[in-house]
Write a new protein. Structure first.
Length: 443
């Protein structure tokens, strides 16, 4: 398991060299740069270097298959696609002058009920707005030169990048792990003594499952988000990490809604916190959560004005989640209907269904999640038709990244649907008895 540590000054030099190399290739502010690389310090610095000269990084999961990757690349229309080989060349470029903070947000791709990826695009910001955007993060997390951030999540996710940016710009250091591994995280905590880390609940679950925890006293803040955190796990984290350390936030690829320090959660168990600074929350008549945001937090879906219009109402946007407010405190009632969060990674059933429905013998299919102690949720498929389990699994693995592929396949005579024909995903696990003697199952 690889592990790298970088200081703020060394990272600054690497960012400048990457920016210079990109400018030397003729790229300019507003261009998109796709990064298809595994975790590394070089990847982190390349993304930040591009952003600090106004080029929009498009971080992509390197586990995506070629056809999945092509959908995003075709839509993003990047001026340059960076793989591991290109990354090695970029970090040796001539240094360029950098803006004090990123001038763009990375253009992360998210899907939705249609299963079609869409890029979250904020354009190139004026320097005043860019400074306000970075200060917004600093106000919440209080980054300082004394911080050491442990990155154990993929850098194609927004949270690890935001925390890394804040730490490095404040003069702190960053430790990057190749991927999450509970033993590797425990060793890094013991040896690197981090003050900050972001984890999804599945990471905490796996860390605690080791039993033999390292000394956690170096932490001033352990932040979790990305999936609902079960109450027993939250309580275990609060009891295990130092006092006042375990914070939570609620947000989406599109933007951030809340922040929840420990005292707020203890006083209001189950809340995801109150609105972040410069924002306010509202719940509409359908229960949708809307967040009113400052100008620097606005976004659009790249080349998709219709979906952009659906997401915004004046200065407020929604991620499609349902919730309610108890005074200032937000509680999530239901995540996006079609979203499965497995190991902190979003899986969109429609995308998986689009692939499985092309397999001969699959007459109808619905993909859904069931609770899983290790991953939070496990991806499952309910199939109508005569396709064999092995064929379903093989077909999925031939067209989808492994984390999207069903772990369990069940056979049903008919899928439960609403009067308008929409599959009742929330009922599938219950109707199937979570696989207890109903249909076939694969591991």
């Amino acid at each position: 398991m690889e592990r790298w540590r970088v200081t703020s000054s060394d990272a600054e030099g690497m960012q400048a060299r990457v920016a210079g190399a990109l400018l030397g290739r003729g790229l300019r502010a507003g261009d998109r740069v796709a990064f298809v690389c595994p975790n590394s310090v070089e990847l982190l610095c390349a993304i930040l270097g591009a952003a600090r000269v106004g080029m929009a990084p498009v971080p992509m999961n390197p586990a995506l298959l070629a056809e999945e990757r092509a959908v995003i690349v075709d839509n993003a229309d990047p001026a340059f696609v960076v793989g591991p080989g290109e990354l090695t060349e970029l970090v040796d470029g001539p240094p360029a002058e950098l803006a004090p903070v990123p001038l763009v947000r990375p253009m992360h791709y998210t899907s939705g009920t249609t299963g079609t990826p869409k890029g979250v695009w904020s354009g190139v910001l004026e320097e005043a707005d860019a400074l306000a955007m970075q200060q917004d993060e600093t106000d919440v997390w209080e980054f300082s030169a004394d911080d050491v951030l442990l990155v154990c999540s993929p850098l194609y996710h927004s949270a690890p990048l935001r925390f890394s940016t804040g730490t490095l710009l404040a003069g702190g250091g960053v430790v990057v792990l190749e991927r999450f591994d509970a033993d590797a995280v425990a060793r890094a905590i013991a040896e690197e003594r981090p003050t900050l880390a972001f984890m999804v609940p599945a990471h905490l679950q796996r860390l605690f499952a080791r039993g033999d925890l390292p000394d956690l006293s170096s932490f001033r803040r352990l932040v979790h988000a990305g999936a609902p955190c079960p109450t027993p796990l939250k309580e275990a984290a609060l009891a295990t990490f130092p006092t006042d350390t375990v914070w939570e936030f609620y947000g989406s690829t599109e933007g951030q809604f809340t922040v929840c320090p420990p005292d707020d959660w203890l006083a209001h168990p189950g809340t995801v916190g109150r609105a972040r600074p410069r924002r306010w929350l509202e719940i509409d008549d359908d229960g949708l959560i809307w967040c009113h945001v400052p100008p620097f937090a606005r976004f659009e879906y790249w080349r998709d004005p219709e979906r952009t219009s659906d997401a915004w109402r004046g200065d407020a946007f929604t991620a499609g989640d349902l919730g309610h407010l108890d005074g200032e405190f937000l509680f999530i009632d239901s995540r996006r209907d079609d979203l499965i969060i497995s190991g902190g990674v979003n899986v969109y059933p429609a995308e998986v269904e689009n692939v499985l429905s092309s397999l001969p013998g699959v007459e109808d299919v619905a993909v859904f999640g069931v609770p899983d102690e290790r991953w939070g949720e496990r991806v499952c498929a309910a199939v109508v038709g005569g396709a064999r389990v092995d064929d379903v699994i093989h077909h999925a693995r031939g067209h989808l990244a492994a984390y999207k592929c069903p772990k369990d396949v069940y056979y049903v005579d008919v899928l439960p649907r609403t009067g308008t024909g929409k599959v009742r995903r929330s009922q599938l696990a219950q109707l199937l008895g979570l696989g207890a003697g109903l249909g076939e199952e694969t591991a």
